[in-house]
Structures are given as structure tokens and as C-alpha cells.
Ligand binder design. Structure first.
Ligand SMILES: Nc1ncnc2c1ncn2[C@@H]1O[C@H](COP(=O)(O)OP(=O)(O)O)[C@@H](O)[C@H]1O
Ligand SMILES: [Mg+2]
Length: 274
């Protein structure tokens, strides 16, 4: 089983779009996937058609210690489960300020869920910060995927992000590796996009062997800018449901297949669900 945190402290870089469509695509390929929404904005939940009303339990209740993840998660499609979020989660940061071991709440809750329910993938959509929710994702994960929008400040902020993963690796989770960077909202044919990708490749190739990102790849598949990807969330559908033939759908399927090839041992050929 793979536990992947989709992380970048910048907003609007493609975290949620990547989390949801990666999760949906892996489910389409026959994997059992649990998508965990860790952003109080709850965009991932909305993207798969779930809007939380009233007292419906969310991942907030797991952080508060009143519900297990198994009591919160729900089936949202073939092979696809969601642990939803809502705005209540914004309070978690403050409420947990005095809680000892707050960085490990999600790891314990996840271990408890996985003891009873086998998933092939846990995909965590992180909020745009390096606060306690993101740290919880990093202590739970084995892998980090970083969505990056290749514009001229793209690499700015990356060192802070990587430092955070290094700190978590040292203190809380030795297994953690940054396994890949996903170039999102890619403008094909622009010099800038190519330059940023090259700078990033240089940076990664020069990294210290002990750094958690020393084996990170830039995924071959570039996620091109495609309006259908921006439309799909308002219909509560993944790109594969909303517009299966559009470039955005093809790009995310390409990414899904790259992610599947990384599985150890390789379990090709791939089959379509449903
Ligand atoms: N490849 C893309 N092409 C066009 N729009 C995109 C693409 N990826 C994301 N978007 C849109 O850009 C905005 C930010 O993306 P999102 O995934 O929500 O970023 P984050 O979760 O990092 O804040 C959203 O409105 C989303 O629909
Ligand atoms: Mg988001």
C-alpha cells in the first residue's frame, strides 16, 4: 500500500486537482483508493460531489478524537472512498496547540483504519500551509508528491517545503521520501515552462544523497492547462467522469500510469474498472 501526501504550501498550484484525479484514475485502474481531504476549504470533497452539512462527521472529528476514520469515510465511486473535510477543520490547528503528540494523530488513526480495511492507495490532499495538518500528512505518508506550476517564482518556496520534509524525516517519520514533482498548469511550447523544468531537474540532481528528495523524479507527464479541469469540480466529478476525452483527462491518466509503474513489484498489465 502506498500513502502519498500531495503537498505544497502555495495555494492554487494544483494540489487538489492532482489529488482528486490521481485518486480517481487509480480507482479506474482497479486500485482501492482512499482520498483524504486535509484542507478546511474542502475542495477535494466538493470535487467528488460531497458537501458536508450539519453534524455529519468529517476528518475534523478524528482530530478531535470523537470519530475513527472508518466512521467518517464513505464510498464515492467504484473503488474510491473519501474522508471528507469541512471548515471546522480550520479550528483544529488552534485546538490542538496544547495536545501532546498532535503531529501523530492522523498516523495512529490511519493505522487503525488500515488494520481492518485494505487500500492500495491513501492520497492526502494537504492545505496550503506547513501547519499541523500538513505535518500530520507527512508523518502518515511514505511519499510526497509536489505539484508545481512552472512560472518564474515556482522554485521559490520549494526549499522551505523540502526543509520541512527533511525535518519530519529526521524527527517523526524516517520512511518519508519525496518521490515526485508534478508539473501542473503547464503551458506547452513556452520557454519559461521549459526553463523552470530544467532548473528543477538541475536542483534535484545536485541534492545530497541523504536528503528525502534525493530520488525524486519530475514526472514525465506534464499536466497541461485545460479548462475542463477547472470546470469539473463544480459538477462534483473527476475529470474522467466529466470529460474523459479532454487533454486534462489524458494527462492525468498518463500520470496515473507513471505512478502505477512505480509500484513494487510491478503489477502490470493494468485493467479498467467497471
Ligand atoms: N491543469 C489545469 N488547467 C486548468 N485549470 C487548472 C488546472 N489545474 C488546476 N486548475 C484550476 O486551478 C485552480 C487551483 O487548482 P487547485 O488544484 O485547487 O490548487 P491547490 O489545491 O494547490 O490550491 C482551481 O480552480 C483548479 O480548477
Ligand atoms: Mg487545494
Amino acid at each position: 500500500m502506498r500513502k502519498i501526501a500531495v503537498m505544497n504550501q502555495k495555494g492554487g498550484v494544483g494540489k487538489t486537482t492532482t489529488s482528486v484525479n490521481l485518486a480517481a484514475g487509480l480507482a479506474l485502474r482497479g486500485r482501492r483508493v482512499c482520498l483524504l481531504d486535509l484542507d478546511p476549504q474542502a475542495h477535494a470533497s466538493l470535487h467528488v460531489g460531497v458537501e458536508i452539512a450539519g453534524d455529519t462527521p468529517t476528518v475534523y472529528h478524528t482530530f478531535a478524537g470523537t470519530k475513527t476514520l472508518a466512521q467518517v469515510r464513505r464510498l464515492v465511486g467504484p473503488n474510491l472512498w473519501l474522508i471528507p473535510s469541512n471548515l471546522d477543520l480550520a479550528a483544529a490547528e488552534l485546538e490542538l496547540a496544547d495536545t501532546v503528540g498532535r503531529e501523530l494523530i492522523l498516523r495512529e488513526a490511519t493505522a487503525e483504519m488500515l488494520a481492518h480495511e485494505p487500500y492500495d492507495y491513501l492520497i492526502m490532499d494537504c492545505p496550503p500551509s506547513l501547519g499541523v495538518l500538513t505535518i500530520n500528512a507527512l508523518t502518515t505518508a511514505d511519499e510526497v508528491f509536489i505539484p508545481l506550476q512552472p512560472h518564474f517564482l515556482a522554485l521559490h518556496g520549494l526549499s522551505k517545503l523540502l526543509e520541512t520534509t527533511a525535518l519530519v524525516t529526521r524527527r517523526l517519520n524516517r520512511r518519508l521520501k519525496v518521490s515526485g514533482v508534478v508539473l501542473c498548469m503547464y503551458e506547452t511550447g513556452t520557454r519559461l515552462a521549459v526553463d523552470v523544468a530544467e532548473d528543477l531537474a538541475d536542483f534535484l540532481s545536485q541534492s545530497d544523497r541523504d536528503a528525502p528528495w534525493s530520488t525524486a523524479r519530475i514526472f514525465q507527464t506534464r499536466i497541461r492547462r485545460n479548462i475542463k479541469l477547472a470546470e469539473a469540480p463544480s459538477f462534483g466529478r473527476s475529470i474522467f467522469d466529466y470529460a474523459p476525452k479532454c487533454p486534462g483527462s489524458l494527462d492525468y491518466l498518463g500520470l496515473v500510469d507513471e505512478v502505477l509503474v512505480m509500484e513494487q513489484p510491478a503489477v502490470l498489465p493494468l485493467r479498467m474498472a467497471g
